[in-house]
Design a protein around this ligand. Structure first.
Ligand SMILES: Nc1ncnc2c1ncn2[C@@H]1O[C@H](COP(=O)(O)OP(=O)(O)OP(=O)(O)O)[C@@H](O)[C@H]1O
Length: 272
């Protein structure tokens, strides 16, 4: 694993194992405020293959959420390009569904079933019966069938996140974009949700880009991890083949320490 890290730290060009589904090429993202130009990420490149569980990991403020927003099509790069399935990302689309950290991402006046059905009806324009069947299937996958007619205010934080995941997955997007979806949960629920996400992945092998600043969470759920430097975010290194060590506690702990050292060391370790 150290080898993988060092090799990629010296040459952080990603090494995807399958043809890339998504490519982020030399992307710089900036925010303009009334008197400031803030560079969130600088010249970031990576690619994501089909069925990857790709984690963007880095300290607070390094631009992880901003990158996810740009992949979602909610923000245009100042320079560089993002392509999905060979098409340049220019706006949001049903091929990229987002799950956020906030529990209030559901519509409070709609039940669990109606929340999950909503984008299927509005964005995919499915007939009602088909939308309902698909919504029920994914609500079942996240183990919420018993709460299918509940309104969001009656659900726990973890249950709300399950609804958001079901809503994203039911759309069967090319890639699911998850922005710290478990960060606001208590530790026990968080671990449970990580396990459930992995189980869902075993069932459907969806592609996911997952943002976190927890090194342990990154190792637990990913097969690949992109490490970003502190603000402005640049690629520091990529960890490949995380799957090989996930079930080895000693190797995971060693990797966790190595990532920690790399993320919090001052040496630049990035390409200009
Ligand atoms: N709407 C905005 N307007 C101006 N600057 C912003 C805006 N959103 C984010 N930024 C700035 O861009 C940089 C990257 O922010 P971003 O939220 O993408 O980081 P992050 O890595 O996701 O952080 P965290 O882990 O704390 O969520 C930060 O300096 C932040 O202050």
């Amino acid at each position: 694993m150290l080898q993988a890290m060092q090799a990629t730290a010296e040459c952080p060009k990603p090494v995807p194992q399958k043809a890339p589904l998504l490519t982020v090429d030399n992307v710089t993202l900036r925010y303009k405020t009334s008197n400031l130009l803030i560079t969130a990420t600088e010249k970031v490149s990576f690619s994501v293959g089909e069925s990857d569980r790709f984690v963007l990991l880095g300290p607070s403020g390094c631009g992880k959420s901003t990158l996810l927003k740009a992949i979602g099509g909610y923000m245009t790069p100042s320079s560089g390009t993002i392509h999905i399935n060979g098409r340049q990302v220019k706006r949001p689309g049903p091929d990229r569904m987002m799950v956020f950290q906030e529990f209030d991402q559901l519509m409070p006046w709609k039940t669990v079933l109606e929340n999950v059905m909503f984008p299927l009806l509005m964005a995919r324009k499915l007939p009602r019966q088909q939308a309902e069947a698909l919504a029920r299937e994914y609500i079942e996958k996240v183990k919420l069938t018993r709460a299918i007619d509940n309104y969001p205010h009656t659900l726990s934080g973890g249950m709300k996140q399950r609804v958001a995941i079901a809503r994203g997955m039911a759309m069967q997007p090319d890639v699911l974009l998850m922005d710290e979806p478990f960060a606001a949960l208590d530790a026990l629920t968080r671990r449970q949700m990580q396990d459930e996400l992995l189980q869902l992945w075993e069932d459907t092998k969806f592609t996911v880009i997952f943002v976190t600043h927890s090194i342990a969470e990154a190792i637990k759920i990913s097969n690949r991890i992109l490490l970003l430097s502190p603000h402005p975010g640049r690629v520091k290194a990529e960890v490949v083949d995380v799957d090989k060590i996930r079930h080895d506690a000693a190797a995971s702990a060693e990797l966790e320490q190595e990532i920690h050292n790399l993320l919090f060391s001052n040496e630049p370790g990035h390409r200009e």
